[in-house]
Design a protein around this ligand. Sequence first.
Ligand code: PMT
Length: 219
Amino acid sequence: ALTPILNGLNIMITAGPTREAIDPVRYISNHSSGKMGFALAKAAQLLGAKVTLVAGPVSLPTPQNVVRHNVESAQEMLEVVHNDIAEQHIFIACAAVADYKLDNISEQKMKKQGDNLQLCLSQNPDILKSVAFLDKPPFTVGFAAETQDVESYAKSKLEKKKLNMIAANDVSNSDLGFNSDRNALIVLSKDSVISLEPKSKYLLALELLKLVKTEFNNR
Ligand code: PMT
């Protein structure tokens, strides 16, 4: 049996990819399956938290007793997150949010137009940063998907986004990270670095949440 270390805490988790529409039938997205974020939602609920899961388009069942909101684009994810953020004690951003969106979404299906096609993109809002920069932010935990220099890039995201913690994964290894059932993490806070060895996303989620609770208590 699990010790309910998260009793009395409201935790919001983002999961999955976002989709940025090009036209009514096409979009830009990434390979996030939602598995890591859904594993966190399940684990947090079983550890006693009241969990709100904000999910991009994924084909996963909702973990028991978790409130789920489905979204498509980064802009929608931002709005849904901010609707309920004031009630949250902890915010964990596991979603792989598309960094860019189309400047103009075509209302009709685009026709083929010669050998080359240029799309104009601009930056999406940074959802995690917008939460961390609130006047009264919840305890914030980011993820960092890196293919090189995992720890140093994660450290700079921790600082730039003013996060309490960040969990970095190396997504260059196809057995771990995106879409696989297993993952490994390097968990950073202002003054600690802890490696969590490869294991199922659910077991990893339990370990990460224990570290989060310890840091939350010491904040
Ligand atoms: O879904 P799975 O297939 O299980 O894969 C899990 C995962 C690899 C997607 C997950 O473990 C992971 O690393 N998620 C974060 C992916 C990511 O977008 O990382 P990033 O380094 O680009 O972003 C840093 C942080 O900012 C993340 O917490 C991200 O959610 C957040 N962010 C980024 C951009 C943006 N516009 N808004 C954000 O909130």
